[in-house]
Design a protein around this ligand. Structure first.
Ligand code: GLU
Length: 546
C-alpha cells in the first residue's frame, strides 16, 4: 500500500509537517532547568467543579514553585457538550479563586505563543499529525457505520471475545487503496483510526507522580483519533496538544487512568517523550457514615458556583484545598501560622491516591482562621464586591453604613483570643444583619425561666436607666442592679450555690437585653454594638418589645 498517496488523498489541504510545528511554530520553551509547564484543560460543559479547582491548584503550584508556566486550554471539541456562556463562566470562576494563569485562553483573547488555546481552532495541527500517522502506516480511514460496528460487537459477544475494533475484527484495517478511493468517491463518511500494535496479553509500566509505578494492560484497540467531522477525540488532542504546547506535567482526574494505555501508545507511536502523568484522586465525602464520591446530582457543594454564591474567600478555599492536597500541610501551618501560603513546599508524593476527603465543616473552620487574619478593611471590600455580584439589594446599605459595618466586623478581633465569627459573605452579612432595620428579626427566645411579662419588666428597667454615654463597666453595673432588684443573682456562681433563692442570674437578664437589641441570644459584645448602632436605634428596639 502506498501510504504516502493515501495520506495525500485523505488530507489534500494539509501542507505543513510535524517538524514545522516542533521546530518553527512551537519550539522547546526557554525555561530554566526543572521548570514545569502545566495546563488546566476544562471542557465548556457549563459545570466547573471542585475537582477542576483541586487539580488547578496542583497545576498552579507545580508551575509556579518551579518558575514554570501555568496555562489554560479550553477543550471545546465536543459540540454536543458545549454550553452557551460556559467559557466565560469558567474563566470568571477561576479568576474568583485567584488562579493566575501565565498563558492561554482569556476573556479578551489569548496570551502566549503556543496557541490557539481553544482546541476548536487547532484543526490543522491535529490533521497534520493524523496525516503523518497515515503516511507511516499507523493510522487508516474506517468507513464502518454505527450499524456495522454494532454487528461486529454482536458477533464478538456471541463468540465470547472482547468487544471493540481490533485485530481481525477491524474490518477496514487492510482496505486497499482502490477500495478506499471508491468509498471516498461515494462520499461515505469515515473516521481515522490508530493502527494499534498492542496485544491483549501485553502490559506496560508507567510511573505516575502521585501513584508511583503502575503496570497497565496495553492498548490493542484501533481507537478513533479523528472523528468523521475531522475533529479529534480527547485521546488524540491530549497527546498532540500536550506535546506541542510543551507540557511537562499532565494533572488530571483518575477517571483518565483507564484510557492511559491509549495515550501511552499514541506517544510511543509518534516517538514523543511522555509527560509526567499525575492522576488525582476523586473527591469524596462522608455521607451518613459512608465514604462516597462527591456527585454532581446529589452534592451542590461540588460546583464552584456554590462557593461563589455564598462568598467564600479565595484564600480560605486555597488554604482548605491545600490541607486535602498535601497531608503535611496542616502540620506546616501549625508551625508557621503567619507564613504566606506560597512558602509551603507542595509535593506530588504527599497527595492521596485513594480519594481526598472533602468536608464542608472543615472548610468553614479553616475559613474562620483565615478571615481572622485578613484586615477588616479588605473583608469589607470583598463583601461589597460579592454583594455586587450576588446580593445587589444590600449594596447600598453596605456603602451607606460602611463605618458601622467596619466597626461591627472589628469587634473582638484585637484580643489574644480573637473572635472568629466570620466564615463567608452570606454568613457575614447575616452575622451583622441585625444592624439594618430591614433585616432585623427576633430569632431567638428568652431564657426558659423568663416569661414575656417578666422580660418586659426587665426591658423597661433597662430603658429607664440606659445612658448611651456610660462606659462598658458603668453599663454592666446597671444591668447587675436591674438583676438584683428583680430577684436575679448578680453572678452566675451565686445562683449555682443557691438556686432556690433566685429567679435566675445576671446572664439571663443580659440575654433578654441582647435579644431586644440584636434579636439573638448570642452575639459580639452588646455594649460595643450599641455604641455602633447609636442611642436612637437602641431605644427603639428595646421599646418595641415592651
Ligand atoms: N477536558 C478534559 C476534562 O475536562 C480534561 C482532562 C485533562 O486534563 O486532560 O475532563
Amino acid at each position: 500500500m502506498d501510504y504516502k498517496k493515501l495520506a495525500d488523498i485523505l488530507f489534500p489541504d494539509i501542507t505543513k509537517s510535524i517538524s514545522y510545528y516542533e521546530e518553527t511554530a512551537f519550539p522547546k520553551r526557554d525555561l530554566s532547568e526543572g521548570a514545569k509547564v502545566t495546563r488546566l484543560a476544562p471542557s465548556p460543559t457549563g459545570f466547573i467543579h471542585l475537582g477542576n479547582l483541586y487539580g488547578a491548584f496542583v497545576d498552579e503550584r507545580l508551575a509556579h514553585q518551579s518558575k514554570g508556566v501555568f496555562m489554560l486550554r479550553i477543550e471545546d471539541t465536543d459540540d454536543k457538550r458545549k454550553v452557551e456562556g460556559a467559557i466565560k463562566a469558567i474563566i470568571s470562576s477561576l479568576e474568583y479563586f485567584d488562579l493566575k494563569f501565565d498563558e492561554g485562553a482569556s476573556i479578551d483573547g489569548a496570551v502566549g505563543n503556543y496557541g490557539p488555546y481553544f482546541q476548536s481552532n487547532r484543526g490543522e495541527i491535529y490533521q497534520t499529525v493524523a496525516k503523518y500517522l497515515v503516511e507511516v502506516g499507523r493510522a487508516y480511514p474506517c468507513f464502518c457505520t454505527e450499524e456495522e460496528l454494532g454487528e461486529i460487537r454482536e458477533r464478538q459477544v456471541s463468540v465470547n471475545v472482547n468487544t471493540g475494533y481490533y485485530g481481525k475484527w477491524a474490518r477496514d484495517r487492510e482496505l486497499s487503496l482502490e477500495d478506499i478511493e471508491k468509498h471516498l468517491k461515494n462520499n461515505i463518511s469515515f473516521v481515522i483510526r490508530l493502527k494499534s500494535r498492542g496485544n491483549q496479553e501485553d502490559t506496560f509500566e508507567i510511573s505516575d507522580a502521585i501513584r508511583g509505578c503502575l503496570s497497565l494492560p496495553a492498548n490493542y484497540q484501533d481507537v478513533v483519533i479523528l472523528k468523521a467531522n475531522g475533529i479529534p477525540t480527547y485521546h488524540f488532542a491530549h497527546v498532540v496538544d500536550d506535546h506541542l504546547m510543551r507540557i511537562t506535567h499532565v494533572v488530571r482526574g483518575e477517571e483518565w487512568l483507564s484510557t492511559l494505555p491509549i495515550h501511552f501508545e499514541l506517544f510511543r507511536t509518534l516517538g514523543w517523550e511522555l509527560p509526567v502523568y499525575c492522576h488525582t484522586a476523586h473527591l469524596m465525602k462522608i455521607d451518613n457514615g459512608v465514604k462516597r464520591k462527591l456527585s454532581k446530582r446529589k452534592d451542590p457543594e461540588l460546583g464552584l458556583e456554590y462557593y461563589m454564591k455564598l462568598g467564600y474567600h479565595p484564600e480560605a478555599v486555597r488554604e482548605y484545598l491545600l490541607t486535602i492536597l498535601n497531608s503535611n500541610f496542616e502540620e506546616w501551618r501549625n508551625e508557621s501560622p503567619d507564613s504566606d501560603i506560597d512558602n509551603f513546599q507542595f509535593t506530588l508524593n504527599k497527595m492521596s491516591n485513594s480519594g481526598a476527603l472533602f468536608d464542608l465543616n472543615k472548610l468553614n473552620d479553616i475559613s474562620q482562621n483565615v478571615l481572622v487574619k485578613i484586615p477588616v478593611k479588605e473583608i469589607y471590600d470583598f463583601l461589597l464586591r460579592w454583594a455586587k455580584d450576588y446580593k445587589r439589594e444590600i449594596v447600598d446599605s453596605l456603602i451607606d453604613y460602611k463605618d458601622a459595618v467596619l466597626k461591627m466586623l472589628s469587634i473582638g478581633r484585637d484580643s489574644d483570643k480573637p473572635r472568629k465569627d466570620l466564615i463567608y459573605c452570606q454568613q457575614i452579612f447575616e452575622h451583622i444583619s441585625y444592624f439594618f432595620d430591614d433585616y432585623f428579626k427576633v430569632v431567638d427566645k428568652y431564657p426558659e425561666n423568663i416569661e414575656d411579662a417578666e422580660a418586659r419588666k426587665l426591658l423597661k428597667a433597662y430603658l429607664e436607666t440606659y445612658n448611651h454615654g456610660d462606659d462598658q463597666s458603668q453599663w454592666f453595673d446597671k444591668i447587675r442592679v436591674i438583676a438584683t432588684e428583680n430577684g436575679y443573682a448578680a453572678k452566675p456562681k451565686e445562683f449555682k450555690k443557691n438556686p432556690q433563692m433566685y429567679k435566675g442570674h445576671v446572664g439571663d437578664v443580659s440575654v433578654v437585653i441582647r435579644i431586644a437589641i440584636v434579636g439573638r441570644s448570642s452575639s459580639p459584645d452588646i455594649w460595643e454594638l450599641q455604641q455602633i448602632m447609636g442611642e436612637k436605634k437602641v431605644r427603639e428596639r428595646v421599646q418595641s418589645l415592651i
